[in-house]
Design a protein around this ligand. Structure first.
Ligand code: FES
Ligand code: FES
Length: 1005
């Protein structure tokens, strides 16, 4: 049917299907700033303004918008100079989002800006609460909302505090929180959230730099605030087909019979593929370096299904609706098998076996006959002897749940044959190079006939370190010869994508009376679900990172990672470490309480220190030979000190505070307040394995192209890499044009995981930039000497130094300076080398692999309010003081901490994937799953305690994963502090807390 719609004040005619949503029609017609994140109005990514009010375009028929004025982000503003055409520039809200670092992946950004704009239509000077309320309809999985809220408040101008005028001013003009008047309790004035930068404690060893260490704007921010077509799905292909997958309705079965005849006969269907139609190639979906450290136990389509949501058949059709109808026409007969839903059952001798396929390729100590995907064990010293020598031994079991990455952009891929019959895979992936390597045998194509393009990614958090959707679209492109688009619905994200490994963890610790730790043992029973993706490495990391923090003479970690008939676990930011630190740090708190030790001092006295050998580095390294490592930087004591000060730490077990008024809320005796702490550690990349490459070339205006295979998931890594290059090349970050990543054009990089991009890919960028700088200096020295010769010829009297050596030149401010102050510009050097003399391209390629994995450290503090009647925990404030080495960009790095703490808060109090007795997912939508919205957030504070890590030229360590590690134990310890209740299982939902409170009451009766 024909429909007239008014979009951004233009009336346009569209040919639409009567049931088409407004979202579909807008995107189909090139309004790519409107994003898809779900299908039921819960994420807000699809927001547009309808007569100035925000609406979810995914739940509205296009026809319902007739006669209304639709505003999309495309109408808000654009870059000021578009060649000869001048524009009004970006809207103040867009500018503020850019200036304040309010963007990470940017997938939610257009919707946030529109939501803020709608608020401003109603009130010109909103309060922070109003801003949070307005943004609460748009879920963001990256930022923790602090910077978006700051950006909106700033953009509108705050008459009260005198900050802001609607025209953004440089970020440096804002006071960091530390300079605000101190406040004890109640929590500080909400206006104090108007701070942009974290508190920085700078170590004396950190040199002053020009670009590094500065809160530079993200290099991709301007395109993201405009909603430019930057993501995998923002592309129109002629003749595109739409893929759908038939998912298994049963948890464990053999496919007895499958018949796709009727589906194939449906008009508009171009291909239906079952296990009979494609090659049977065993592989692993885990995007890891070769050889993948885990079993090969999966097929694109198999004769057996192993969980509700496993793949049964693929369809490609001219529309999603036709593809869905075709799925209904596929006839399948299942021969059901007993299912294992509890990992404890998987290890029973008579347990049904999930993997009996002859093609199964084991790795390490996996044993599919016993449903064991991986077995891990290492011991330093002798823990049993250690327990005997200890004055006290504490032992307990803890449970951590299965949770989802829930990036707002779902998995999305578009595949097509190019003009050279090469298969192009445009995909939202964290691992483009691993994806190409893994897919080649599965598709029966040599890697050289596959090109993987990674555009911007709308969040990944490990979920896109998996090759999950690419083979589906690729098989269908091979079958049909047509471009194919395949995107998970939100429900499919919950039933078929990966998640964090749930675990049952036992911790046993022997200590002396003074708190000295003698022996520390952890056992983890980890559930990998139906396939063993990341089984060994995630759970090994649980032991390697968590058990490395405390330097007991006797340490043991052992684990079984077992198959169950549930959706597969996989990589999730933190990669096994949050699962270990919840048990460990609650356990430490119990010991400190039981022995009446100061919880901070108890932790610090046992924690590793500078000069120590990292104990677990001697024992384990991702299933490969371990590489013992000395700790060269550790800011943990300062982190503890700073964090305690920031939260207003009230506790010292030895000197109980007499004034407990802070614990109560006047007139509400059922509310109790408490504070908790956790210390944590992560790693920085995988030593002797992770490799990143970078290439840099100069352009004839003196700008540079930086090509990296590294994968910016929204973390800001492209920006940070550009800063490193700009620092060395003596230019502003705007002159570094970053392109990432494309397996045809960018150098290899292992991808974005293991907190390694800044360190590993950054190492490659530094090496390439240094080589380019050397080449520039050579040309500049020749130019300056030639100029000197000329001057000499003109005037014999001038006292000019003619023999300048390249090594003595300095690159700064887009110029190359000689010691005598003479200079040539980078543009002159580029023009000279490209066009005039001794012509050549100044360029370099370099790669970096690290022999070390220097750990970042952090202290995490939480303050909570517990409702003893309902069991509701309200987290009032989270503080994280972290030693991540030198911070390249305080704005993007603090954004990582804020967003990470927010994800970790969900892990602590509300996120959990639940299954019924048949293994069917109970949680299928974001609304059921529950991630934090802007109006539900606690106060967040980040403090960076800088150290200069000598293993990296710029002194860096990782920042991205560590914020996931300490929130849950800090909150649990705060709950104990408030109400005397040990929560040994997360998430600490009101129901779970309420039950435990009542168990306690009944016990005490
Ligand atoms: S609310 Fe419309 S895409 Fe999620
Ligand atoms: S920046 Fe909000 S979802 Fe990524």
């Amino acid at each position: 049917m024909q429909l007239l719609l008014t979009i951004n004040n233009e009336i346009k005619s569209f040919d639409i299907a009567p049931n088409e949503t407004l979202l579909r029609v807008l995107r189909r017609n090139g309004y790519f700033g409107v994003k898809h994140g779900c299908e039921n109005g819960e994420c807000g990514a699809c927001a547009v303004l309808l007569d100035k009010k925000p609406v979810a375009s995914c739940v509205m028929l296009a026809a319902q918008a007739e006669g209304k004025n639709i505003t999309t982000i495309e109408a808000m503003g654009e870059v000021e100079e578009q060649g000869w055409r001048k524009t009004e520039g970006l809207h103040p809200l867009q500018k503020a989002f850019v200036e304040f670092g309010a963007i990470q992946c940017g997938y939610c950004t257009p919707a946030m800006i529109l939501a803020a704009q709608a608020l401003l239509e109603k009130t010109s000077h909103p309060t922070e609460a109003q801003v949070r309320d307005a943004l609460s309809g748009v879920l963001c999985r990256c930022t923790g909302y602090l910077k978006p809220v700051q950006a909106v408040l700033y953009a509108v101008g705050d008459q009260g505090s005198g900050i802001g005028s609607g025209i953004p001013v440089p970020i440096e003009n804002f006071q960091p929180r530390e300079e605000l008047p101190p406040s004890d309790f109640p929590l500080s004035d909400p206006r104090s959230l108007i701070s942009t930068l974290p508190k920085m404690i700078v170590a004396p060893a950190v040199p002053e730099m020009t670009v590094v260490g500065k809160p530079e704007k993200k290099v991709d921010a301007v395109k993201l605030v405009q909603g430019n077509p930057a993501f995998a799905d923002d592309i129109e292909m002629r003749g595109m087909l739409y893929a759908k997958v038939l998912w298994s309705p049963v948890a464990h079965a053999r496919i007895k019979h499958i018949d796709a005849t009727k589906a194939r006969a449906l008009e508009g269907v171009h291909a239906v593929l079952t296990h009979k139609d494609i090659p049977r190639v065993v592989y692993s979906t885990a995007g890891q370096s070769d050889p993948i450290p885990g079993p090969l136990d999966m097929f694109s389509l198999d004769t057996k299904v192993r969980f509700v949501g496993d793949r049964v058949a693929f369809v490609a059709a001219e529309s999603e609706e036709i593809a869905e109808r075709a799925l209904e026409l596929i006839e399948v007969e299942y021969d059901e098998l007993p299912a294992i839903l509890d990992p404890r059952d998987a290890m029973k001798p008579d347990a049904p076996r999930l993997h009996d396929e002859p093609e199964y390729v084991p790795f390490g100590e996996c044993d599919p006959q016993k449903n064991i995907a991986a077995k891990i064990e290492f011991e330093l010293g002798n823990v049993e002897e250690g327990f005997k020598k200890s004055d006290f031994v504490f032992e307990d079991e803890y449970i951590v749940p299965k949770v989802q990455q829930a990036s707002i952009e779902p998995h999305i891929v578009v595949t097509y044959w190019d003009e050279d019959d090469r298969l192009v895979i445009r995909t939202s992936t964290q691992v483009p190079f691993h994806a190409r390597r893994i897919l080649a045998p599965v598709l029966n194509l040599p890697p050289k006939r596959i090109r993987v393009i990674k555009p911007r990614i709308g969040g990944g958090f490990g979920g896109k370190q998996e090759v999950l959707t690419e083979d589906v679209a690729a098989h269908l492109t091979i079958a049909t010869g047509r471009p194919v688009r395949f995107e998970y619905t939100r429900e499919e994200e919950f039933i078929a994508a990966r998640s964090r490994h749930p675990m049952r963890v036992r911790v046993k610790t022997g200590v002396m009376k003074d708190g000295a730790m003698i022996a520390n043992e952890m056992y983890a029973l980890s559930d990998t679900g139906a396939y063993g993706c990341h089984a060994l490495t995630v759970t090994g990391n649980t032991g390697q990172k968590c058990m490395g923090l405390y330097n007991a003479p006797n340490i043991k970690f052992h684990a079984h990672v077992v198959y169950t008939n549930t959706p597969s676990s996989g990589a999730f930011r933190g990669y096994g470490v949050p699962q270990g630190f919840f048990p460990l740090e609650v356990h430490m708190e119990k010991i400190a309480r039981a022995l009446n030790l100061d919880p901070l001092q108890f932790r610090l006295m046992n924690a590793v220190k500078v000069g120590d050998e990292l104990p677990t580095s001697k024992a384990w390294s991702e299933g490969r030979a371990p590489h013992p490592e000395i700790i060269e930087t550790c800011g943990l004591p300062e982190c503890v000190e700073q964090g305690a000060r920031a939260i207003g730490w009230k506790r010292d077990n030895r000197q109980q505070t007499t004034d407990d008024r802070w614990r109560v809320v006047p007139g509400k005796s059922h509310l109790r307040r408490g504070q908790g702490v956790a210390c944590v550690m992560q790693g920085t990349a995988i030593p002797y394995l992770d490799m990143g490459g970078a290439s840099i070339k100069i352009n004839d205006d003196g700008s540079f192209n930086l090509l990296v295979g590294a994968t910016d998931l929204g973390t800001g890594s492209d920006t940070v890499l550009a800063q490193l290059a700009a620092e060395i090349l003596g230019c502003p970050i705007d002159d570094i044009l970053v392109y990432s990543s494309d397996t045809d054009f960018t150098p290899f990089d292992k991808g974005a995981y293991a907190s390694s991009t800044t360190y590993i890919s950054g190492g490659a960028v530094v090496k390439a930039a240094e080589q380019v700088a050397e080449q520039i200096k050579k040309v500049a020295a020749r130019m300056l000497n030639e100029e000197g010769e000329k001057q000499k010829a003109e005037s014999e009297k001038r006292n000019t130094q003619y023999n300048i050596r390249a090594e003595e030149l300095i690159l700064r401010g887009k110029k190359v300076f000689a010691p005598d102050g003479r200079f040539v510009t980078l543009a002159q050097v580029a023009l000279n080398s490209l066009h005039h003399t001794d012509q050549h391209q100044i360029m370099a390629v370099a790669s970096f692999v690290s022999p070390k994995s220097p750990p970042p450290f952090a202290a995490q503090f939480a303050q909570v309010l517990v409702d003893t009647v309902t069991g509701q925990i309200t987290v009032e404030k989270l503080v994280m003081a972290v030693d991540s080495g030198v911070i390249v960009n305080p704005a993007t790095a603090s954004g990582q901490i804020e967003g990470g703490m927010t994800q970790a808060l969900g892990y602590a109090v509300c996120e959990e994937m639940l299954y019924d007795a048949k293994g069917d997912s109970v949680i299928r939508q974001l609304g059921d799953y529950k991630i934090f919205a802007a109006d539900e957030m606690p106060e967040l504070q980040t403090i960076f305690v800088e150290t200069f890590e000598p293993s990296h030229p710029f002194g860096l360590k990782a920042v991205a994963e560590i914020p996931l590690d300490g929130v849950a134990p800090a909150v649990a310890n705060a709950v104990y502090d408030a109400v005397g209740l040990w929560m040994d299982e997360i998430p600490m939902t009101p129901e779970r807390v309420w039950r435990r409170l009542h168990e306690n009451k009944n016990k005490n009766k």
